[in-house]
Design a protein around this ligand. Structure first.
Ligand code: PMP
Ligand code: GLN
Length: 386
């Protein structure tokens, strides 16, 4: 059980790994397959709506919960893709990206000393947000090569102090997508122990194998689940930082109470653009996933040819690999050296673990880049073996 609520790597680095690695990429002129952001912007028609909004308004504070137009689009999206009936006025909250949504949800729902079960490796802001809420992280480790959920480990992680399960599927950094059976097991644990679930589903439309099932759709789960998503990945506008929370009115009200003192409100001119985006035809969503699946294959095959052991990725922007076949053992040292050696940046898994030994030899590469960029990165990485 981790005793120190602070994230070891935050203490050590004094920065997030994404900031460190993006700075290193800029400094060395490397190809940045670290921080997950596309190198091509999202749809022009969304940009145009936002440009018009910047020019003609709205540019002043939106309502704290977000403009009705966007909240209605979010509710319609939940019905269209998942059959969920969501009331746009009481069950939706617009946030400054999923990051604020996660932090606000944990600050709202976790008391000092409460335990939060999170799938390890976890997205780095989770550890920080749990620490800010004075909660205690309890990791349940997903192991290579397939990063499946160990349901017995999940059950064993529950104690009388457990308050909530923090889920993430599709999962960053592994690319695992929780199956219906795994989600059912999580639901059973949550219901048996009367736990809340906060679920980060920002990669909901970036699924290449299987399908994304929101845990809120399982019987008995809507009433205990805060679901989080974001426009960043779905529309390739990661810098706009428009996210949202959906769930039962009492839970959304609790998150809103915190959100209003974090940012109060956000992204006035972006909101009409994202409202339009959410209503884009099925073809948009299909093409987005098909295109990324092709890039995943391009990079995965390339990494294999460069000598890495590459793990299958069913979703997200990311593929993970083991560096040991190339003669390395420490992912953090490897990632700090890689830009200087071959001009490529990746992210070490180790910073996402409490059980650091499990993550030490693993690194994550982002494939949300143009084909020629991925091909050039592969060519450079092939130089490692030589
Ligand atoms: N959760 C996960 C799992 C992520 O990978 C990211 C990265 N974008 C976020 C949350 C943050 O999303 P946003 O940029 O919308 O704050
Ligand atoms: N979610 C992205 C990633 O995991 C971006 C992280 C960030 O900017 N903090 O790489």
């Amino acid at each position: 059980m981790p005793r120190d609520p602070l994230v070891p790597h935050l203490r050590e680095l004094g920065t997030t790994i994404f900031a460190e690695m993006s700075a290193l990429a800029a400094e060395t002129g490397s190809i940045n397959l670290g921080q997950g952001f596309p190198d091509t912007d999202g749809p022009e028609e969304i940009k145009q709506i936002v440009a018009d909004a910047v020019w003609h308004g709205p540019n002043q504070y939106p309502p704290g919960i977000g403009f009705a137009e966007l909240r209605e689009a979010i509710a319609t999206h939940q019905k269209r893709f998942y059959g969920l009936d969501v009331d746009p006025d009481s069950q939706v909250l617009v946030t400054a990206g999923a990051t604020e949504a996660v932090t606000a949800a944990l600050l709202a729902l976790v008391d000092a000393g409460d335990e939060v079960i999170a799938l390890e490796p976890y997205y780095d802001s989770y550890a920080a947000a749990i620490a800010m809420a004075r909660g205690r992280r309890v990791p349940v480790t997903l192991h290579a090569p397939d990063f499946r959920l160990d349901v017995d480990a999940l059950r064993a992680a529950v104690t009388p102090r457990t308050r909530l399960i923090l889920l993430n599927s599709p999962h960053n950094p592994t690319g695992a997508v929780l199956s219906e059976a795994e989600l059912q097991a999580v639901a059973e644990v949550a219901i048996d122990h009367d736990l809340l679930v906060v679920t980060d589903e920002v990669y909901e439309h970036l699924v290449y194998e299987g399908r994304h099932i929101p845990i809120a759709t399982l019987p008995g789960m809507w009433e205990r689940t805060v679901s989080i998503s974001s426009a960043g990945k779905t529309f390739a506008f990661t810098g706009w930082k428009v996210g949202w929370v959906t769930g039962p009115a009492e839970l959304v009200a609790a998150v809103r109470t915190v959100k209003q003192f974090l940012t109060y409100t956000n992204a006035a001119p972006m909101q009409p653009g994202i409202a339009r985006g959410l209503g884009m035809p099925d073809e948009y969503y299909r093409t987005l996933a098909a295109d990324l699946a092709r890039r995943r294959d391009l990079l995965s095959d390339g990494l294999r040819s460069a000598g890495f052991t590459v793990f299958p990725s069913a979703g997200t922007y990311f593929v993970s690999a083991d560096i040991r076949p190339l003669g390395y053992a420490d992912g953090l040292a490897f990632c700090r050296e890689l830009p200087h050696r071959v001009g490529v940046v990746a992210i070490p898994h180790v910073v996402f673990y409490d059980n650091v030994d499990v993550g030490r030899p693993l690194v994550r590469f982002a494939f949300c880049k143009r084909d020629e960029v991925l091909s050039e990165a592969v060519e450079r990485l092939q130089g490692l073996a030589g």
